[in-house]
Ligand binder design. Structure first.
Ligand SMILES: [Zn+2]
Length: 134
């Protein structure tokens, strides 16, 4: 993993990730590079480390959770509806080639399928709650 991602502990950019092995467990540490110092003719790297957790999946899950929150916010604040409206409005004037339009079309079809599934699940949940008298 390299540079661009943000540290879930301190919010600073991660310079690199270190994998530490302790017995049979693997831990991940975010390293923040702070430059270097020279003393006694030796060059020493200055770094700050943030503990990310055991096993890579926890780190990945945390990143996904952050993404999930962003997307959830976009949906709950009705931003998605505004984006779609803006997209529809801009489409006739947009100078987009046919392959890109086909790609967008396929993504929208996929999105429509997922939305239908999701709406159906919500309807089932609402029915369940209604019969439970909640
Ligand atoms: Zn950090």
């Amino acid at each position: 993993m390299s540079g661009r991602s943000t540290c879930p502990r301190c919010g600073s950019p991660i310079s690199w990730i270190e994998k530490l092995r302790r017995g049979d467990r693997v831990y991940y540490v975010a390293v923040h590079y702070l430059g270097y110092t020279k003393s006694g003719g030796k060059v020493r790297k200055r770094v700050r480390r943030c503990y990310l957790g055991p096993e890579e999946y926890e780190y990945v899950t945390r990143l996904h959770r952050d993404l999930g929150i962003v997307l959830k916010g976009a949906i709950e604040e009705r931003r998605v509806v505004h984006y779609l409206d803006a997209f529809l409005e801009a489409l006739p004037r947009a100078n987009v080639d046919r392959p890109t339009l086909v790609e967008i079309l396929n993504k929208l079809r996929y999105l429509a399928t997922r939305l239908e599934e999701y709406v159906r699940k919500l309807e089932e949940l609402e029915k369940e709650e209604a019969t439970r008298g909640g």
